[in-house]
Design a protein around this ligand. Structure first.
Ligand SMILES: [Fe+2]
Length: 201
């Protein structure tokens, strides 16, 4: 039987453990382009998500902040494309147009069905805000790690550009956290109205 080519095994906790080196030897620029494209695919998906959130949200200051962040995100896309093009010596097709799957948790079907029947629109809005926060925090991790990788690869030009995006993601995530009490306060009357009062509770 042919020997299975595998470079990682899984532990009981399902975390991959690398047992031998994987990955072709490529230049630092090629390597960095791969990582930058991963970030670009996330931003490509983020732009689409922000556009639909702007249309959908019913909280005016959320809409305004998302609009600001949409413009920032387009800037992040442009800077990533520029970096990729510079590292790839102006190669036109080096930047991905693909969209990554955003890291949004999916509840189990049993709960989704119940949510569909019992959640108010106000709670759906809160769910979307929760997803906004998860995406922004994931982007913080992404740019933070990319900055450290760029440092290791001596890609000095990339570092400040990545730090700018990191700071925009942090400020967006902070804004959501700071405004969370107000958002819940605005939506609470509708949620409260949907709660049945039970005698003796
Ligand atoms: Fe973002």
């Amino acid at each position: 039987m042919a020997k299975k080519r595998t470079s990682k095994t899984r532990t009981k906790s399902n975390v991959p453990t690398f047992t031998k080196m994987k990955g072709k030897r490529i230049t630092p620029n090629q390597k960095l382009i791969l990582h930058l494209n991963e970030a670009l695919a996330i931003e490509n998906a983020a732009v689409q998500r922000l556009q639909s959130r702007i249309k959908q949200t019913r909280i005016e200051n959320v809409r305004q902040r998302l609009q600001v962040h949409l413009e920032e995100t387009k800037g992040q896309q442009d800077r990533l494309k520029q970096l990729i093009s510079d590292l790839g010596n102006g190669q036109k097709n080096a930047s991905t147009k693909d969209k990554a799957q955003l890291p949004i948790p999916t509840p189990p079907k049993s709960l989704t069905n119940m949510f569909g029947r019992m959640m108010t629109d106000a709670e759906s809005e809160l769910s979307a805000v929760k997803e906004d926060a998860i995406v922004e925090n994931a982007e913080i991790i992404l740019y933070d790690m990319l900055t450290h990788l760029a440092e290791r690869m001596n890609a000095t030009n990339a570092i400040d550009i990545l730090l700018q995006s990191l700071s925009e993601e942090r400020s967006m995530a902070d804004w959501i956290k700071t405004n969370m009490p107000d958002m819940v306060a605005q939506l609470w009357p509708e949620i409260e109205a949907s709660i049945a009062t039970v005698e003796g509770e």
